[in-house]
Ligand binder design. Structure first.
Ligand SMILES: [Zn+2]
Length: 126
């Protein structure tokens, strides 16, 4: 005589699924999807989304690093220092992004910030 628990887990249990929710192919161990449609599972979907996020982050970091290198080159071109508006124009980026890049250089101790006599913010290589 089988116990209640065994009966619950047995393949004849009402919850036991035999076919994929997407294509109807047979599935293993009562899973809701076959191997071709495993990405339909919420957990797998979450993992896929996270991987996409990480890829985007990595790409963003790569672009930011290229921009930082370009900024250092612009500063070097201007004798080691220039104003934020100049940096923005030379790199063809917005003033906001130029400020971000300048801040990043300061945080990384590659540059220091200063103000011109006219009060315009600038950044200079260390
Ligand atoms: Zn399927």
């Amino acid at each position: 005589m089988r116990s209640l628990l065994q009966r619950y887990r047995s393949p004849v249990s009402m919850n036991y699924r035999r076919s994929c929710l997407v294509c109807g192919n047979s599935v293993r161990e009562g899973k809701p999807h076959c191997t071709n449609h495993i990405e339909e599972m919420p957990y797998v979907q979450q993992v896929i989304n996270r991987i996409d996020e990480l890829k985007l982050e990595k790409e963003g970091n790569k672009k930011a690093n290229i921009l930082l290198t370009d900024a250092v080159n612009v500063l070097a071109f201007h004798g080691g220092a220039c104003t934020i508006p100049r940096l923005s124009k030379d790199l063809s980026i917005s003033v906001e992004v130029a400020i971000d890049i300048a801040s990043e250089l300061v945080i990384k101790r590659k540059a220091t910030s200063f103000k011109t006599k006219r009060g315009i913010e600038g950044v200079g290589l260390v």
